[in-house]
Design a protein. Structure first.
Length: 79
C-alpha cells in the first residue's frame, strides 16, 4: 500500500473519531470499543487493520481501560 493510500485510509478513521472524545475513568456514559470493533464499524467504507486503528488512537490520545467484561478496550464517549 502506498503511503498516500495509508494516509487516506487513516483520514476516514480520523473523521469517524471526530464523533468521539477520549474518556476518563470518572466520565459517565463511557463506550468501550476494541480496535477490531472500530475497524468493523468502518468496514463498509475502508479496510483498516487493527494495528492501523490502534496506532491512530494512541497518536490521538485515546486510552485503554478494562471494560465491564474485564477486557482491555478503548474508552470513548460521544461528543
Amino acid at each position: 500500500m502506498s503511503k498516500k493510500s495509508k494516509i487516506e485510509l487513516e483520514n476516514v478513521l480520523i473523521e469517524y473519531l471526530q464523533n468521539y472524545l477520549p474518556a476518563d475513568k470518572d466520565d459517565n456514559n463511557i463506550i468501550y470499543k476494541t480496535s477490531q470493533d472500530i475497524a468493523d464499524d468502518l468496514s463498509t467504507m475502508v479496510e483498516l487493520t487493527v494495528n492501523q486503528v490502534t496506532l491512530t488512537l494512541l497518536e490521538l490520545g485515546y486510552h485503554i481501560q478494562l471494560s465491564e467484561d474485564g477486557m482491555p478496550k478503548w474508552a470513548i464517549m460521544k461528543r
